[in-house]
Design a binder for this molecule. Structure first.
Ligand code: XIL
Length: 479
C-alpha cells in the first residue's frame, strides 16, 4: 500500500507538416486497429467516444472482481484500455526472487485482450508493494534485482503491452527531490537505469514515468519530475511518456493549471496520459470536474488517453469518496454523462487527413530541442553527410563488453524519411535497435518518426556489444 501525503531540405508533400504532429500521428498509429476513427453520430460508450479522436478510455481491473457479472458487463462495454490494479506489481509477479508468477497478471491481460482491449503495464520499479525479499535488499544486489525484474516481466509480455509504467512514484511529496527508498539508496541513476533496461527488454513499448501530486505546475514535486524528464530527453535516456495519476479530493484538488501543466510536459517531447483518475465527490460538482479533466486531455494532441481507477464507486480503493463514474449498483452517474459528452464533443480524427487531431497546439512543442544545421553546407563540421539530415550520436552508457547509444536525426528542411549509417569499431556489433529499423549497420526510421519537420529532430537508440569507443554516426540520408 502506498503511503499518501494528503488525505494528500527536402521539400516533399510532408514539408508543411510540423514535428508536433509526429506525436499525434504516432499515437494514432500505435492505437492501430483497435481505435477506429469514427465521425458523424455520437458514440454511446466511453471507449468508442474516446476513439473518435484517436484516444483510449481505460479502467483499472482487479482479478477479484472478474466473477462479478455487473462489473465485467460495464467494464467490457465501456472501456478499451485496461490497467491491472495490483496484479502486475512487483510483489504479485516476483513473489520469490527470480521466481516469476504471472497467473493473476495473465488473467487480467487475457480478459482484456480477449475482449479487444489493450493493456497498460503497471508497474515495474516502485518503493511500494515490493515482495519481502526485495524490501530487505540494498545496494548493487537490489539494483541487479530491479533490472532483472524489469527485464523478465517485460519479456513475458514482449510486443503486447503498448505502454509500461517503468518507474512509479519516485519523487518526494514536498521537497521536489527524490523520495527516500531502498531503490533510491542504490544510487541516483536508478531511474535512468530502469528506463534503459526497459528499452532493451522490449523496444516496442512506450516507457512511462508515473506519479501523483504532479498535477499542479507550481508544486515542488511537479517541478522535480519536470526537471527529470527534461534532463532525460536532453541526454537521450529512453522515456516516452509521463502518467499523471490524478487522484483528486479536497486535500489534493483538481488544479486550475492542470491543462497547462500537461501541455508543458508534452512540450518536452513525451506523451502524457491520465493514468488513475478518481475524483471524490458527487453530483454535478463531481461531474463538472470529470468533464474538465477530460477536456484538458482532449485539448492536448499528445494526451493519448484517460484511465479511471476502477469501475463502480464500490470498486474504488477510496470507495467512501465515491470517486468513480458508476454508482455501487452499476448505474451511470452524472460524472459519466459529462465525460461521455466531453469525449463526443472532441474534434474527430479524419482518416484522410494526416494532420488530425486538429486540436491547436502551442508553438513551443518540439519533439526534442534541436540546433538545426544546414544539411546542404559541406563546410558544416557538424553535418556528417550533407544529404538532407544530420545525425548526432551520443553514447549514453557503456560497460565492460557493451554500450547504449542514442542518435538524433535533425532536419534543416522537412523530410519524410531517413537512414543513418553507423560506424562501429572492430569487434563491436549492434544487438538491439529501438525507434528505428536496422539493416546491417544502417538504421532507418520506423513508420511514426520518418517525417521530421524543418528545424526538428527524431531520435533512435541502440544497444551494442563490444567497445563503444569509436562508435559514430557516419552518414545521414534523407528521403
Ligand atoms: C492501489 C490499489 O488501488 C489498491 O488496491 C492497493 O491496495 C494499493 O494500490 N498509486 C498507484 C496505484 O500507482 O498502483 C495504487 O493502487 C494507487 C496509487
Amino acid at each position: 500500500m502506498s503511503s499518501r501525503p494528503n488525505p494528500r531540405g527536402r521539400p516533399t508533400t510532408s514539408a508543411r507538416r510540423t514535428t508536433v504532429l509526429i506525436g499525434a500521428v504516432s499515437a494514432t498509429l500505435l492505437t492501430g486497429t483497435l481505435f477506429h476513427p469514427m465521425v458523424a453520430n455520437a458514440a454511446t460508450t466511453l471507449g468508442a467516444a474516446a476513439a473518435q479522436s484517436g484516444r483510449y478510455f481505460g479502467t483499472a481491473i482487479s482479478t477479484g472482481r472478474l466473477n462479478d457479472s455487473t462489473y465485467t458487463r460495464i467494464a467490457n462495454a465501456e472501456f478499451n484500455m485496461v490497467t491491472a490494479e495490483n496484479e502486475m506489481k512487483i510483489d504479485a509477479t516476483e513473489p520469490n526472487q527470480n521466481q516469476f508468477n504471472f497467473s493473476n497478471a495473465d488473467r487480467v491481460f487475457d480478459w482484456a485482450t480477449q475482449n479487444g482491449k489493450k493493456v497498460r503495464g503497471h508497474t515495474l520499479a516502485w518503493h511500494s508493494q515490493q515482495p519481502n525479499w526485495m524490501q530487505n535488499m540494498s545496494g548493487t544486489a537490489l539494483r541487479s534485482a530491479m533490472k532483472n525484474h524489469i527485464t523478465k516481466v517485460m519479456q513475458h509480455y514482449q510486443g503486447k503491452i503498448p505502454y509500461w509504467d517503468v518507474v512509479n512514484e519516485a519523487y518526494d511529496d514536498s521537497s521536489g527531490g527524490r523520495r527516500s527508498s531502498n531503490l533510491q539508496s542504490t544510487g541516483n541513476d536508478w531511474i535512468e537505469d530502469a528506463f534503459k533496461t526497459a528499452r532493451a527488454a522490449d523496444s516496442t513499448a512506450k516507457l512511462c514515468y508515473n506519479d501523483y501530486n504532479t498535477d499542479n505546475s507550481t508544486w515542488a514535486k511537479t517541478k522535480g519530475v519536470y526537471a527529470m524528464v527534461k534532463d532525460f530527453k536532453a541526454r537521450g535516456v529512453p522515456i516516452d511518456c509521463v502518467g499523471f495519476q490524478s487522484h483528486f479530493n479536497s486535500g489534493s484538488p483538481y488544479p486550475s493549471n492542470y491543462r497547462a501543466n500537461l501541455e508543458s510536459f508534452a512540450a518536452l517531447g513525451v506523451d502524457v496520459q491520465i493514468t488513475e483518475l478518481d475524483i471524490e465527490g458527487s453530483g454535478q460538482t463531481q461531474a463538472n470536474t470529470f468533464a474538465n479533466v477530460t477536456k484538458d486531455c482532449l485539448a492536448i494532441p499528445r494526451c493519448n488517453g484517460i484511465t479511471v481507477w476502477g469501475v463502480r464507486d464500490s470498486d474504488s480503493w477510496r470507495a467512501s469518496g465515491t470517486p468513480l463514474l458508476f454508482d455501487n449498483s452499476g448505474n451511470k452517474k452524472a460524472a459519466y454523462t459529462s465525460v461521455l459528452a466531453a469525449l463526443n464533443a472532441a474534434p474527430p480524427v479524419d482518416p484522410t487527413d494526416p494532420t488530425t487531431p486538429t486540436t491547436p497546439t502551442t508553438p513551443t512543442t518540439p519533439t526534442t530541442p534541436t540546433t538545426p544545421t544546414d544539411p546542404t553546407d559541406p563546410t558544416d563540421p557538424t553535418d556528417p553527410t550533407g544529404d538532407g539530415c544530420t545525425a548526432t550520436l551520443t553514447v549514453q552508457d557503456s560497460w565492460n563488453g557493451g554500450f547504449v547509444a542514442s542518435v538524433k536525426v535533425s532536419a534543416a528542411s522537412s523530410i519524410s524519411g531517413w537512414t543513418v549509417g553507423l560506424t562501429l569499431p572492430n569487434g563491436s556489433s549492434i544487438s538491439n535497435v529501438w525507434n528505428g529499423t536496422r539493416s546491417g549497420t544502417s538504421v532507418s526510421n520506423v513508420a511514426w518518426n520518418g517525417s521530421v519537420g524543418s528545424g526538428r529532430s527524431a531520435e533512435f537508440g541502440f544497444q551494442g556489444t563490444g567497445s563503444a569507443s569509436g562508435v559514430s554516426a557516419a552518414s545521414c540520408t534523407a528521403r
